[in-house]
Design a protein around this ligand. Structure first.
Ligand SMILES: Nc1ncnc2c1ncn2[C@@H]1O[C@H](COP(=O)(O)OP(=O)(O)O)[C@@H](O)[C@H]1O
Ligand SMILES: [Mg+2]
Length: 347
């Protein structure tokens, strides 16, 4: 069975795209078949995977497979059924694929918003709320994917509401700062509303649509706190304060709210993976100069070759040391994700 994981935080710049790419690559390295989905109309993930030169030409050629074109049969009332997308193989990593995004995906935002609120009364809109999930399932089947990782846009939009509530799992990427704490506080209030909507949508008239809206079964896996400045391997004091605050807000606000919505796995499952009650899956420090090398090579920081790291002597040795430390961090993160999601798979 394919597990769908949404990377969501309505705050921008918290490493959603970077984490989707890095974790997806690591899961593929561990033998899982993974599809990365770019559901942000900024298309940063598509740009990151293709590199900017290929990216620019990608949309010039006639309609190559992407999220918007694939959804057009539903959103533009075409007389054909939605079909699986021919995902692109990600260069340098077997078992990893990309379902590209589209800058105009947001054109479907308003229609989807109306469909999600009113579709009981407007017959032609009933097929929209289940269409994205249908497309992702079809594509997963075609590729026999173990995981679909969805990189989402930084907003509380209808498309995000839809994608999140039809996913199996949620990971919240976040940064150690005041704005991330505020964003988490807001999520603690918004997510219960989305759960309530999805419960209603999954049990009502949308079940009988051509693309049925699936019953919601979303579970929170945890947060990933990224880009702290380390001091001797640990977050420096100024950042530690925010790391702690993020932990508290997750424990005290977000998790209790999600628990009421049945959005949390049994405690034992997190415990078995060594996850504390702050639900932090990983603390990832600032990649510093490795981030530019990673972007240039369209390769995660931990998978950069010596050639891609460049330099010589002690400078290269230091890069290599950092690279290998990040490899361990992402390997541990992937193991936790596999552990958590395989529990849910077997239940
Ligand atoms: N651990 C990290 N260290 C250094 N830079 C990072 C790290 N994670 C992300 N970035 C950079 O921060 C910026 C925002 O990250 P991104 O993944 O695009 O966030 P989002 O998708 O949440 O908007 C990007 O320029 C990215 O390269
Ligand atoms: Mg992004």
């Amino acid at each position: 069975m394919t597990q769908r994981i949404a990377f969501f935080n309505h705050k921008g710049g918290v490493s959603k795209t970077t984490t989707t790419f890095h974790l997806g690559w690591m899961l593929a390295e561990k033998g899982k078949k993974v599809i990365l989905v770019d559901a942000d109309s900024q298309c940063n993930l598509t740009g990151l995977v293709l590199g900017y030169e290929l990216f620019e030409n990608f949309y010039e050629e006639e309609q190559k497979g992407n999220l918007k074109t694939a959804l057009a049969p539903a959103f533009e009332s075409m007389p054909k059924i939605i079909d699986a997308v021919d995902c692109l193989p990600v260069k340098g990593r077997e078992n990893l694929f990309l379902l590209p995004g589209h800058v105009n995906l947001s054109e479907y935002e308003v229609t989807l918003g109306i469909a999600q609120e009113l579709s009981a009364s407007i017959y032609t809109l009933q097929n929209l709320p289940g269409s994205i999930s249908y497309l992702l399932n079809k594509t997963a089947e075609k590729f026999e994917a173990d995981y679909i990782l969805v990189d989402m846009s930084p907003s509380l939009s209808s498309i995000n509401q839809n994608i999140l509530m039809t996913s199996d799992f949620l990971i919240i990427p976040t940064n150690p700062d005041i704005f991330s704490v505020m964003a988490l506080d807001a999520l603690g209030r918004v997510l219960p509303e989305w759960f309530a909507w999805a419960k209603k949508a999954g049990s009502g008239h949308l079940r009988k649509a051509t693309y049925p809206f699936p019953p919601t079964n979303l579970k929170f896996l945890g947060t990933i706190v990224q880009k702290y400045q380390p001091y001797k391997g640990e977050p420096a004091t100024a950042f530690q304060k925010w790391v702690d605050k993020i932990g508290h807000i997750v424990t005290d606000n977000v998790v209790p709210e999600l628990r009421k919505c049945n959005g949390i796995l049994p405690n034992q499952v997190y415990f078995n993976q060594g996850i504390n009650n702050d639900f932090c899956l990983a603390n990832i420090s600032d990649f510093k100069s490795l981030i530019a090398k990673s972007a240039a090579a369209q390769t995660p920081v931990f998978a950069l070759s010596l050639g891609q790291l460049g330099e010589t002597g002690i400078v290269q040795a230091q890069y290599k040391k950092n690279r290998d430390a990040y490899r361990q961090v992402f390997s541990d993160l992937a193991d936790k994700v596999i552990g958590l999601t395989s529990y849910a798979d077997s239940h």
